[in-house]
Design a protein around this ligand. Sequence first.
Ligand SMILES: [Zn+2]
Length: 243
Amino acid sequence: MREQIEILASLQNVDREIKDKNLAKKSLTDEIDKRENEIGQKRREVAQLKAEWNEKEKLRREKDAQFQDEGRKATDKRMRMTRIKNIRELQALQHEVDQIKMQNSLIEEELIAIMEDLETRGAALKEREAELKTLEEAWGAEKDALAAQVAEIDKQVAETASGRQTIAAQLNGDLIGRYEMIFRARGGTAVVGVTDGICQGCYMNIPPQLANEIRKNERLNLCPSCHRILYYKPAEPTDGKHA
Ligand SMILES: [Zn+2]
């Protein structure tokens, strides 16, 4: 059993390494996701501004067409006036032309207001587009660097995992299953030493009889408090003197 637990302890070292690497990878991929979301948000903002600008521009074209159309009508009526001799008819036509002119000066005012609005929106849109472009360019380079780090971690984890298989092959299958369950449930510490009768996983006292069992190392012993796998680990000298 002593040998199995020693192998288990080295398996735990490898598993911790894999766990740490995966955590490091997670913080990198979280960062990538966060930045991508930020840029996605900016892209949507720019698209929204662009859609609003297009809507206004469509309105401008409609108003402009209306303005041109009314202008042509006024011209037509003025042309007809040159051919009419009847004074009353002439006056009626003149009145119509005046009405159109009045109407058209209102349309012109609207048109000018729309064009001013378009100009303001256009400037804001350009500014945001430039900001987005700068952001995208800066992120492009940074993202490549982060992705390379992620790929490096993946490679290291794959190597470590193949080393793990070699170690795991030397262990009893039931023991590995038990160990893995504890490893997951206990935050990456499944095998711990007992020093001076204290579990080094949860720092609770181990009953003396169990402590003796652990010293003998003949069977698998679990901590009664944290349920981790225990092995005997003598205290190291702490007074600076070396034995
Ligand atoms: Zn414990």
